[in-house]
Design a protein. Structure first.
Length: 562
């Protein structure tokens, strides 16, 4: 079992090169695939899985492939058994148990007579013992859907496992179960992730950057240590190359000054008539030839020094930081920006009774009030309804009470400040508009110059601000979404963020933390990423459980490696 890439290249239909002449091999063990958003990680997995065809080169996979894409496209009317891939086997077994002797039924079962038992075993192993095989997929939360799809891959026992951001939307308990399942995997596993706890468990790290792939032995911590050493060496090389360029330019100026002095002296001698005209002319021509050759040599040295500088700068990674000032978002301490009432009523159709989950109603909140620049983390298990609740807080007309698809008929919401809502899919941009036009759409009173000044703080300077949103890389798109959210008019004094670090590379997650550290309004954040929540200075921790209880809790522990 193995994956072998040979001179693998892939280009988009518009000609943009995503991957160029990648060559690598992956053998049994865990490999973490990392890289900036837009570097081609998901594209590489799709090429290995056979979903895409390479522009040139080849992918050779030995053994069956189990592939979990980042964004699952599912028919909500299908059953869990169908998602697990065992529906035909179940139907055949039931037909045989009912007396059928059709050979097709026996062929459908093959050696999978224990398919149901193994399916329930994997569901329980990943924390889904409450999910039934006949349950419709639409009843599953985002995290439960991911876990069920993971169960399907593990159930097939493929030789090669490809996972694209598998911990997105997973609660802490689910993440720990996933870590245990991955660590016990004996085949080839290639995992795209920004989850530090998961990457601390891999055997090697594959870094996809600028279209090339580099392998580093060891886990994330070992990779970061080696990368830091490389970057220190690259920085020294840049400094040395910059010094060389300055020296060569200085030498050229000194040579030109000396030559100018000699020229003046030559002209003075010629004017004095002390030398025959033919001799003076010969010296002048010789001096011009020498000066020309000297200039050519000096310019060539400068060009060589600049080339060395460019090579050194290419090795030095750009880790630009977002530095913004958002005075308009400030909220005075004590001012109420959000009030939610009716939270003690059963408000979601799938919620269970209190007997379904251990605990009591002690500390249960019937009303949630957010005041001043509070930073509230909304946590809880998959399927509890965190996204539903957050979406309700952002629903148009929420001030009059909420009903309809969210099922929050008994919950009333009152917002006393301008707000911004960031859904999980970051779908705030119009792909047909430029970055400037997207921001002007949410800040119509701002001038173009004011918008450009704001975008510059989000690293969109000059022509970069005129890029069409549909052409942005993943990291650029994230920064554009963040700019549209925070530069809106009126400025948001309440932000509602739903799993904002999902699908973000480590640099983008760090940039998000930097931006939110400058934000002076109130935050309500749904996230399972505890290190991120700590980095933004969460002041209040809430937990929503599957029985509908919302309660204040102490700070969560993150899923650190054992």
């Amino acid at each position: 079992m193995s994956i072998v890439l040979t001179d693998l290249s892939f280009s988009l239909p518009n000609g943009r090169v995503v991957l160029s002449k990648l060559s690598a091999s992956f053998n049994p063990g865990l490999t973490g695939l990392i890289g900036a958003n837009g570097s081609g990680k998901s594209t590489l997995l799709r090429l290995i899985a056979g979903v895409l065809r390479p522009t040139s080169g080849s992918v050779t996979v030995t053994g069956e492939v189990g592939y979990l894409p980042q964004n699952l496209t599912l028919d909500g009317g299908t059953t869990v058994a169908s998602l697990l891939g065992i529906a035909p086997v179940r139907d055949a077994i039931r037909a045989i148990e009912a007396g059928s002797v059709d050979p097709a039924a026996f062929d459908a079962v093959g050696d999978d007579w224990d398919a149901e038992d193994r399916a329930r075993e994997w569901l329980a192993r990943l924390g889904l013992p409450h999910v039934g095989l006949d349950d419709p997929v639409r009843r599953l939360s985002g995290g439960e859907t991911v876990l069920t799809a993971l169960s399907a891959r593990f159930l097939r026992r493929p030789a090669v496992l490809l996972l694209d951001e598998p911990t997105n939307n997973l609660d802490l308990d689910a993440r720990r179960r996933l870590y245990a399942a991955v660590e016990s995997w004996s085949g080839v596993a290639l995992i795209v992730s920004h989850d530090r706890a998961l990457l601390s468990r891999v055997d090697q790290v594959a870094d996809l950057s600028c279209g090339s792939l580099r392998m580093y032995g060891g886990n994330l911590e070992a990779y970061e240590s080696m990368l830091a050493a490389e970057q220190q060496a690259a920085l020294r090389a840049v400094n040395a190359a910059e010094s060389d360029v300055r020296r060569e330019k200085r030498d050229l100026i000194e040579t030109q000054v000396k030559q100018a002095k000699r020229d003046r002296q030559g002209r003075a001698v010629a004017a004095s008539g002390s030398l025959p005209r033919i001799v003076a002319g010969g010296r002048k021509r010789a001096a011009q030839v020498t000066a020309g050759k000297g200039r050519e040599i000096a310019l060539a040295r400068i060009a060589d020094a600049k080339e060395r500088l460019a090579e050194a700068e290419e090795a030095l990674r750009d880790d630009a930081s977002i530095r913004i000032s958002l005075p308009g978002t400030a909220v005075p301490a004590g001012r109420t920006v959000l009030t939610v009432r009716g939270l003690d009523a059963p408000w979601a159709p799938w919620q269970k009774t209190a007997d379904d989950e251990p605990g009591s109603d002690a500390g249960r909140l019937a009303e949630l009030t957010v005041r001043g620049p509070e930073r509230v983390a909304l946590t809880g298990p998959n399927g509890a309804g965190k996204t539903t609740l957050l979406r309700a807080l952002a629903e148009p007309g929420a001030d009059d009470g909420l009903a309809g698809p969210t099922g929050l008929a008994d919950v009333t919401v009152r917002r006393n400040a301008a707000f911004g809502y960031l859904p999980q899919r970051l779908d705030l941009l119009d792909d047909a508009l430029t970055v400037v036009e997207n921001v002007r759409a949410v800040a119509p009173r701002a001038s173009v110059n004011e918008v450009r000044a704001g975008l510059a703080r989000f690293l969109f300077r000059g022509a970069r601000a005129d890029q069409v949103a549909g052409t942005l890389s993943g990291g650029e798109r994230f920064r554009a979404v963040l700019a549209a959210l925070l530069l809106a008019d009126p400025p948001p004094q309440l932000l509602l963020l739903d799993e904002p670090t999902n699908n973000l590379d480590m640099a983008s997650a760090r940039q998000l933390s930097q931006a939110l550290s400058c934000y002076r309004g109130a935050l309500v954040v749904v996230s399972h990423d505890v290190p991120f929540l700590r980095s933004i200075g969460v002041t209040r921790w809430l937990r929503l459980d599957r029985s509908g209880r919302l309660a204040d809790i102490d700070q969560l522990e993150d899923a650190r490696p054992a």
